[in-house]
Ligand binder design. Structure first.
Ligand code: NCD
Length: 367
């Protein structure tokens, strides 16, 4: 494992659970006493590089830094930057990180935040890398559960919708599997089932889980219901998206079958998967969740700027006998990246996107 001079946040699981708990409790303290932190980042600059659309993640990061007394730079339309001239991730992040103290990046390809961190001159935060991970949404979800359920363990959590491409779901399952006695009900169509590597993580951590196709069947068992959007932009074709888009819909009728202390979360944006009338149900927590996101991001910025011992960045080894063939991996676009692979549960996976590697002789390529 290689050491790196800055504390990045690429994957929450790069840090121990105690580290997450500290960020969450700092987020709760800031929520209770925001005025104590108004100068905490005075003189610091945060850069946001958003290569994909965002409302909450980008604006909550920006307002977090402003509320800490810092300033912000960045783009949310890469076409108005030198990216439109063909600049690669390495050069953009190298330069922007030399202007700033912390860099927040979102990109449609898996592994981009890790790729950016390799050359950045400041801490890098993964604000969503394709269909892979979204660790700061998970911190948001954990703070919401801590505040609204009072605990992060002994919960029966239903996750519903796009479990295949939903990066928020992947990060949340990985995180909640590290707390004792959480149970998972994975509600999706067979086409949008959760990736095998996440199931493996649940199994290896000894968590109970079941795959379910009916929200009606599952809702009565749940302490937490995490609804997600069917993400049009992640499908290969419009026809595949249309076949999935209206399968799950949370309605006031369905809420009648749920526990009185259910908490309904959604990373947002909501499209049609939650009826608007559900918003008036006190168990609907998604707007409050979005607000907690700003406080937990304030805590995260503070934590990463205290230069503590950084987590390891690269975990794998260089190999030429296997390739990553995932077209949605950053290594498919940025060919200078190291050919690094790691082992997860006996499988060799790409260091950047965590998809299974393929023997090089089967592809004729050398990556
Ligand atoms: C999610 C994302 O971008 O992954 N939104 C968010 O960050 N709050 C979910 C989504 O876009 O559906």
């Amino acid at each position: 494992m290689s050491e790196h001079p800055y504390s990045h946040l690429i994957d929450l699981n790069d840090y121990p659970v105690e580290w997450w708990n500290k960020v969450i409790s700092l987020g709760a303290s800031i929520y209770a006493h925001p005025q104590r932190y108004v100068q905490a980042c005075a003189g610091k600059i945060m850069a946001t590089l958003f290569y994909e659309p965002s409302t909450r993640t980008q604006m909550s990061f920006q307002s977090a830094m402003i509320r800490l007394g810092g300033s912000i730079i960045g783009f949310d339309n890469p076409m108005s930057s030198s990216v439109s001239k063909g600049e690669n991730i390495k050069d953009t992040t190298k330069v922007v990180s030399s202007y700033s103290d912390i860099l927040i990046i979102r990109h449609p390809l898996a592994g981009t935040a890790k790729a950016a961190a390799l050359t950045a001159e400041c801490p890098v935060v993964n604000a969503g890398d394709g269909g892979h991970l979204h660790p700061t949404q998970t911190l948001t979800d954990l703070l919401t559960l801590k505040m609204e359920k009072g605990r992060l363990d002994h919960l029966t959590v239903g996750l519903c919708g796009d479990l295949l491409y939903g990066r928020t779901v992947h990060s949340l399952c990985k995180a909640l599997s590290c707390y004792p006695d959480n149970k998972f009900v994975l509600i999706s169509t067979p086409e949008l089932q959760i990736p095998e590597y996440i199931i493996k993580i649940l199994r290896d951590s000894g968590c109970e889980y079941r795959l379910e196709s009916s929200l009606d069947e599952a809702i009565g068992d749940l302490d937490v219901l995490y609804m997600t959007r069917i993400q049009r932009e992640r499908f290969a074709s419009q026809a595949e998206y249309l076949a999935q888009k209206d399968v799950y819909r949370l309605t006031t009728e369905k809420m009648k079958r749920a526990k009185d202390d259910l908490v309904v979360l959604h990373p947002l944006p909501r499209v049609d998967e939650i009826e608007i009338a559900v918003d008036d149900d006190p168990r609907a927590m998604y707007f409050k969740q979005a607000k907690y996101g700003m406080y937990v991001r304030m805590a995260l910025i503070l934590r990463l700027l205290e230069s503590e011992k950084p987590a390891a960045l690269l975990r794998g080894v260089r190999r030429d006998d296997v390739c990553c063939v995932n077209p949605k991996c950053i290594t498919a676009q940025e060919h200078y990246l190291p050919h690094q692979f790691t082992e997860i549960g006996g499988r060799t996976v790409c260091e950047f996107c965590e998809e299974a590697a393929v023997p090089a002789e089967l592809t004729g390529a050398h990556r």
